[in-house]
Design a binder for this molecule. Sequence first.
Ligand SMILES: NC(=O)c1ccc[n+]([C@@H]2O[C@H](COP(=O)([O-])OP(=O)(O)OC[C@H]3O[C@@H](n4cnc5c(N)ncnc54)[C@H](O)[C@@H]3O)[C@@H](O)[C@H]2O)c1
Length: 427
Amino acid sequence: MGLSLGGLTFSAKSYANIIGANERINVAVMGTNGRGAGMARLFQGFDGANIIYVCDVEEKALAKGLEAVKRAGGNAKAEKDIRKVLEVKDVDAIYYATPDHWHAPAAIMACQAGKHVYGEKPCSHTPAEGEWMIAAARKYNRIVQIGAQRRSWPGVLEAIKELHGGIIGKVYFARGWYTNKRASIGFGKQTPVPSNLDYDLWQGPAPRRAYRDNLIHYNWHWFWHWGTGEALNNGTHEIDVIRWGLGVDFPTHVSSEGARFVFKDDWECPDTQIINLQFGDDCLVTWEGRSCNSRKSEGGDRGVVFYGETGSMETGHNGYRVHDLSNKLVKEVDSKDVIDGTNTSSPAANLDIVHIADFLDAIKNNRRPNADVAELHKSTVLVQLGNIAWRTGQRLVVDPSSGHILNSPEAQALWSRTYEPGWEPVV
Ligand SMILES: NC(=O)c1ccc[n+]([C@@H]2O[C@H](COP(=O)([O-])OP(=O)(O)OC[C@H]3O[C@@H](n4cnc5c(N)ncnc54)[C@H](O)[C@@H]3O)[C@@H](O)[C@H]2O)c1
């Protein structure tokens, strides 16, 4: 496995050796149905990492995770309760790929238990949870890396460096998009919980709801109680690159339109959505999500374009293209890495390894990782504000120093959520 950029080739082996085998970091993987199983295999492929626990609350997913580790030459123990895994002294770090309502609670519990964290995006289910995650990371002095892997892709790093160096002058507008062709999830029925699933632990911090047969796996993404819609499921990647490129923190105004247009079913979030983020008189950002129509934009099923005073730059894939104001291509760097936006578990496995390598190196050198929780919290808040604007039907006025919503009790109520009693995160 390797990745190349501008003639340079980064081999998996050079990443695998980033931490020597004699200083192995013991990792526990939580949630291994889709994303987690693929990442478990990649983690185990590093000389410097060893997966010693696979944790899942559903038996088939647990078996998938164990098999992935085994195929990569490891031999992990199985456990369904993450609280028991966190008690194991030998576990140095956890990686989680669970539903979104578990992200912040798992990260906070792990920091308290003295473990480093690689947590999947979105950073958190609500903005308040992101703030608590930062507090936990700092209080317990743990490395907390979020799965915004573009932060480690060489082609995107170079693109952002060029942008900050002024290759298209002052940038005042950026546009991100994501497209897919997702099917309907139908209308679920309340049925008995399958015997292979511990639904109580699956719900964990979320207030209890009856089991329904069109929720697990994956479809929880489209219910606000557990998921965060396409905006955070995928928009979070492009919005993070945009915020990074523009060098901004929080907006002054946020609005969003859209609906569940394409199918009539249980899906609660919009399947087609526009989010607009205004940063005073500095710049404007817009994100377009099309969950059910995969017509590409600028040749990509997902991506980012920055518009500046002297030209535009397209990136988001592992490379970039710069055009001048006459639409002439003036620079192109293409890694030829194929990123399949419609692949829901591993859109670019060969690029995931660089982000894992960064995490392991951050632990080894006790430094902030590329996608440190404090940075990813800011990016996640942008899309969370977009969803809050959509859910309330309001144009939000935001404090640009904190991201907090001003003057709207209805919108402010969605800054946090209620928890199942006994599961409230406490830093
Ligand atoms: N960085 C990326 O590019 C990328 C790609 C795909 C998915 N993701 C993220 O990964 C996460 C998982 O996505 P998925 O598609 O694999 O979802 P999924 O529903 O297929 O898998 C989630 C797994 O978590 C398990 N789980 C739930 N509660 C658990 C608990 N308490 N303990 C242990 N396991 C538990 C479920 O049983 C299931 O096996 C999501 O947050 C998603 O946004 C990130």
